[in-house]
Ligand binder design. Structure first.
Ligand SMILES: [Fe+2]
Length: 381
């Protein structure tokens, strides 16, 4: 049995297999009558995208599509999306896809009525108050992977096309008005993407759970999110059309992103620059980095993983969890080292400098320095 539900936390979520059919209802609820569907180039020709456009057209909502979106969406993609939005006279965005389509779609809805450049809204202090909130149009998020959790977030990651640095752009009104979380949309994912995106959700939960900041709600969500990934990712990987496993992974993805309000950590601080320089898959990169980061953080996180391990079905407390993580990665054919993803040792100075600048640093339980980050990169590469 594949579960269904209607949730209002952290936003309105229509959860369950087949609920893509409710796209017109979601548009009505969000006050959108001329939607622009934003996705990435890879998804544009796929059947699930055609299905979504057919549903919109059948309800008299048009079939407008913008798909000039790169795997790491940048400000050039965004400018083209805003132009398409304005030219089409649209009044809202349906952000459709994995992290790329969701993040860029959310930003088109955010930027279509702004006059300042995107970088003025980076997630620093109160920079978000620079935006004209009345000019932000609603967005509806429809995830087609189970990993990023961007569908429940108030921010997007946009890459600067010149410097290749990833920036987080934040505004409270970027939170989707409605999410349609339909696990049927994830059934066709290639196995490596099922694993990589699922392990991104796992890293969100592990890092949020490890973060020292006080946020008991996030702590609870992160714990259950870890359990859902541990119990369901192997099933979704082995049997792609197992809708119950797919549904539980879709929940875990939303939970990971909800939980990481509490903070991320060294896994993401490493993965962001590695991805920026070498274009590696984000979730897969996280998975490769996780064992080294658990080792560094062990003195600070041992107690909490000793408590969590029995709930996760793992013997041996923290040490059992650490051993489990390596076996879990191996089960999805995740490489043991970053060099197997093409990363070389000649850019370690740049990686360390970029990692220290990464906002994820602040959530790591052991304070990150140039020295310990160098040690992490040496170990992981
Ligand atoms: Fe992530």
């Amino acid at each position: 049995m594949s579960p269904t539900g209607n949730w209002s936390y952290p936003t309105a979520i229509r959860f369950g297999a087949g609920r893509l059919a409710e796209l017109p209802d979601a548009c009505a609820a969000a006050g959108i009558s001329r939607p622009l569907l934003v996705t990435d180039r890879g998804l544009a020709p796929l059947e699930i995208t055609t299905r979504a456009l057919d549903i919109l057209e059948g309800a008299g909502l048009g079939r407008a599509l913008f798909a000039e979106v790169d795997p790491n969406p940048n400000e050039v993609n965004l400018a083209a999306g805003v132009e398409a939005f304005r030219a089409g006279g649209h009044d809202g965005v349906i952000a459709f896809g994995g992290g790329s389509g969701l993040d860029l779609g959310k930003m088109v809805a955010f930027m279509c009525g702004q006059t300042r450049p995107i970088w003025d809204f980076e997630d620093i202090g109160d920079w978000w108050t620079r935006a004209d909130a009345s000019a932000i149009v609603p967005n509806i998020c429809v995830p087609t992977t189970a990993g990023t959790g961007s569908e429940v977030g108030r921010a997007s990651v946009i890459t600067n096309s010149e410097t290749h640095v990833k920036k987080i752009i934040f505004h409270p009104k970027v939170l989707p008005s409605v999410v349609i979380a339909d696990p049927e949309l994830t059934v066709g994912m290639p196995k490596a993407i099922t694993a990589g995106t699922g392990l991104d959700a796992f890293a969100h939960c592990v890092e949020a759970f490890s973060s020292p900041h006080y946020h008991p709600m996030s702590q609870g969500i992160a714990l259950e999110g870890m359990r859902l990934v541990i119990d369901n990712l192997p099933r979704a990987y082995a049997t792609p059309d197992d809708l119950e496993a797919r549904a539980n992974m879709m929940s875990a993805a939303a939970m990971g992103a909800t939980a990481f309000q509490k903070g991320l950590g060294a896994i993401h601080a490493m993965s962001h620059p590695v991805g920026a320089i070498w274009g590696t898959h984000h979730g897969t990169t996280n998975a490769v980095c996780m064992p080294a980061v658990l080792d560094l953080n062990a003195p600070k996180i041992r107690d909490r993983f000793d408590r969590a391990a029995p709930y996760l079905g793992i013997d041996g407390g923290y040490d059992g969890f650490r051993a489990f993580v390596q076996d879990f990665n191996d089960g999805f054919d995740i490489p043991r080292k970053l060099r197997d993803l093409g990363v070389t040792t000649d850019r370690t100075d740049d990686l360390v400098a970029m990692a220290l600048e990464d906002p994820s640093c602040g959530g790591n339980p052991v304070t990150l320095t140039a020295e310990n980050l160098r040690g992490l990169f040496d170990k992981a590469i």
